[in-house]
Design a protein around this ligand. Sequence first.
Ligand SMILES: *Cc1c(COP(=O)(O)O)cnc(C)c1O
Length: 429
Amino acid sequence: MEKTELIDAYQSLGIDSKVIAFCEDIERNLEERFKAIDKVAEFNQMKVLKAMQDNRLSDVHFAATTGYGYNDMGRDTLEKVYADVFHTEDALVRPQLISGTHALTVALSGNLRPGDEILSPVGKPYDTLEGVIGITPAKGSLAEYGITYSQVDLLPDGSFDWDGIKAAINEKTKLITIQRSKGYASRPTLSVKRIGELIRFVKQLKPEVICMVDNCYGEFVDSMEPTQVGADLCVGSLIKNPGGGLAPIGGYIVGKSEYVENAAYRLTAPGLGKEVGATLGLNAPLFQGLFLAPQVVSGALKGAIFAANIYEKLGYSVIPNGNEERYDIIQAVTLNSAEAVIAFCKGIQAAAPVDSYVSPEPWAMPGYNCDIIMAAGAFVQGSSIELSADAPIKPPYTVFFQGGLTWHHAKFGILKSVQKLLETGILKL
Ligand SMILES: *Cc1c(COP(=O)(O)O)cnc(C)c1O
């Protein structure tokens, strides 16, 4: 193929040649980092493959179950595969876990009882968890059931406040919740290694405390997961990393048998637990998505790093910066104005395979405390392993960009965002 053919292809999708030229330079400089990402993906691919082979995954596991879902061999095998991939005793991986927030809610409410306290030693958790825990009052929150919450923020330099954490752990502390990814905050994402250090510290002070990690956006970014450095529970969404873009719904909870079981009794009913829950034919995409996930995550990571380098060069502040190690697939770009955030999101939307012709607008989403704009032209509604961007419309006007089922699509999305900023006159090249 001639190089001009590719340029023509981009131009036919509305990208100016100067945007292509600007971005091409940056891509060339990222070759070495992309190779390192490919190595992690290769390792994780083998990890997933081995778990599937060891559990003798077979065609019969793709059969649909209905009703109560007794003896759903596919579901039980999927859970064994997840347990192996995460090196845990047990797993709960279900389409009935309707989102990451729900999976976290089930893990928390299954393992906490009135009088218990949750501690977050890494600052405020993800927005939707505020209502779940009752940090902001909400019907049905854990606070309404007599479960209290305490929080220790990271220090200004992003390090753990060891003294503060020590002081916050008391006789009521039952569970600590560690959010791996920064989510919509501007603090750094935690590496698996740092999570391990934090867990070791907490366990020295109180060995029986349950250490739970909100693993959303972190799966397969590293060659290790938090459950390999002491996490008792790890929780996430299947319409993010581990679903590989194919899971149409679902969440997972992996960890120690006792805690996974407690969660299962809450998801279904006391006495029923993991024994029920029909999968309605969803096992195949959940397996296949997991199989593809290491590769999909590597594409999303490349996209995030590419975006960081582009926007840094354009003079914007980016977290993580262009050179930093990555621990999740989220890229934050501070665009300094609502107009720029909206233009960026319109670019991402225009790059989508689905709904590319619609224009995203800010709106008041349930669970969030200000207007949010979301760009997503996804095969699965709300899937953020697919190319997507979201931003709370409030200063400093930071957009959070993530996903891309393939690196080339992630790249195109970023080109399109630059193009939109150029067209609205916010940017000059
Ligand atoms: C996405 C996410 C969640 C859960 O979000 P859902 O949209 O409910 O799946 C929780 N924590 C973090 C850090 C997340 O990124």
